[in-house]
Design a protein around this ligand. Structure first.
Ligand code: ZN
Length: 351
C-alpha cells in the first residue's frame, strides 16, 4: 500500500469515526454477527516494505489492539455460538467471531498466544496440501521469488506472449509481482503452470522461505494438533485452495470431502466448517459442501446474498496488514453499509 493510499484510508476512516458512524452501524446491523478474517500475524520483525508485497499479515501490536477493541464492542464468540445466534440471541453486545484462513505457522506462534491471553476463541481454516507438502502458496512463492532473486530482470513466456520484468529496486519488484499475478490470472491453467515453472527455475531459492518464515511458513501437522488440543477450532480451507466455482464436479467433491477427513484425523476434532478459498463459491459448491457433511461455510462477501441469512454463504470481514487501525473499526462495524457502500453482494474482501 502506498503512503498516499494509506493517508486517504486513514483520513476517510478518521472522518467516519468522528461522525460516529461505526457506533451507529453496530447498533443498526448488530443483529447480524460479525465474523472477522485474518490471515496471519507477524512478530513485528518484517520491514515496512513487506506491505508492498503482501497485506496478509498484521503486526502483533496491531492484532492485540484490534482484538481488545473487538472485545470491548462485541461479545467475541465461537462460530458455533454465532450460527446459533442467527435464530435469535440475547445479550447486550453484538456477537463477533475470530477466524484465520490459509494456515500460516504464525497463527500458532504469534496470534494464538495473544488470543489465549485475552481468553478469546478462534477458528483456523487450514489448506491441507500446504501443510502436507510444506510448500508455500503459489502467490506467496511469486512474491518471495521476485522480491529476493539477485537477478535484475526476468523474461517469462507463455505461448507467443512474453512478459519482460525489470527488477531494479523495491518499487519495480513490487510492480513485477502484481504484473505476474495479473498475467497468470488471465492465462489458461497449463500455460500458467508453465510460467510458474519458469519463474521457479529463474528465481526461486528455498532460503527465501526460511528468511521470511514469519510471513510465509505454513503450519505443520503437529502445530495444527497443538492448536486443536489447546481449544482452537479447525476448519477446512480445502485440499489445494482452488477457485471452487471454476473446477469440475469431481474436484469440488474431492477438495471438500478429503480435506474434511484429513483435517479431522490430524486434529482429532470433528471438522464441520468450511471457508471458500478466494471467496469463490456458487450454488453447486453449496450443494457439494452439504453433501460432504459440512454444517456451514464462510465467504468473503461483506453481506449475505439476497435477504435471508444463509449458513453456507456466511459473510466475513477481512483484515489487511499495513492498513490503519481506524479502517479496521470502520470495516468491522460495517459503517460503509450505513452510507450505502461496501455492503452489497459483490463487495468482496481480499483472500
Ligand atoms: Zn485462502
Amino acid at each position: 500500500m502506498s503512503a498516499l493510499a494509506r493517508l486517504r484510508l486513514s483520513s476517510g476512516a478518521a472522518a467516519m469515526r468522528l461522525l460516529g458512524l461505526p457506533g451507529a452501524a453496530r447498533r443498526r446491523f448488530g443483529w447480524l454477527p460479525t465474523v472477522v478474517t485474518w490471515h496471519g500475524v507477524h512478530d513485528g520483525s518484517v520491514p515496512p516494505e513487506h506491505y508492498r508485497f503482501s497485506t496478509k499479515h498484521v503486526s502483533v501490536d496491531m492484532f492485540r489492539r484490534q482484538l481488545e477493541w473487538l472485545a470491548r464492542h462485541y461479545q467475541v464468540a465461537t462460530l458455533s455460538d454465532v450460527e446459533t445466534a442467527m435464530t435469535g440471541r440475547g445479550g447486550t453486545k453484538p456477537l463477533a467471531a475470530v477466524t484465520f484462513d490459509d494456515g500460516y505457522e504464525n497463527n500458532l506462534t504469534v496470534a494464538w498466544p495473544v488470543l489465549k491471553a485475552l481468553g478469546l476463541p478462534a477458528t483456523f481454516f487450514i489448506t491441507v496440501n500446504v501443510v502436507e507438502q510444506q510448500r508455500p502458496y503459489d502467490h506467496d512463492r511469486i512474491e518471495l521469488a521476485l522480491r529476493h532473486t539477485p537477478r535484475s530482470s526476468v523474461r517469462l513466456q507463455a505461448g507467443n506472449q512474453r512478459l519482460d520484468l525489470r527488477l531494479d529496486g523495491i518499487h519495480a519488484r513490487s510492480r513485477a509481482v502484481y504484473a505476474v499475478k495479473a498475467w497468470l490470472s488471465r492465462l489458461p491453467g497449463e500455460q500458467a503452470a508453465e510460467v510458474r515453472r519458469q519463474l521457479d527455475d529463474q528465481c526461486w531459492d528455498a532460503s527465501f522461505l526460511e528468511s521470511n518464515r514469519i510471513a510465509y511458513r505454513p503450519l505443520t501437522w503437529g502445530q495444527v494438533r497443538t492448536l486443536a488440543d489447546e481449544g482452537g477450532e479447525i476448519g477446512s480451507h480445502t485440499l489445494s485452495h482452488p477457485h471452487l466455482s471454476q473446477v469440475d464436479d469431481d474436484q469440488v467433491a474431492r477438495e471438500l470431502c478429503e480435506s474434511r477427513t484429513v483435517l479431522a484425523s490430524k486434529s482429532g476434532q470433528r471438522v464441520s466448517r468450511l471457508s471458500y478459498p478466494h471467496g469463490s463459491f456458487d450454488d453447486r459448491t453449496i450443494r457439494a459442501a452439504k453433501a460432504a457433511g459440512y454444517t456451514s461455510a464462510y465467504a468473503t462477501t461483506m453481506w449475505f446474498r439476497g435477504t435471508a441469512p444463509d449458513p453456507f454463504a456466511f459473510p466475513r470481514t477481512s483484515v489487511s496488514g499495513g492498513a490503519p487501525f481506524g479502517l479496521f473499526v470502520v470495516t468491522v462495524s460495517r459503517a460503509l453499509r450505513l452510507i450505502g457502500r461496501g455492503g452489497g453482494e459483490g463487495a468482496r474482501a481480499a483472500d
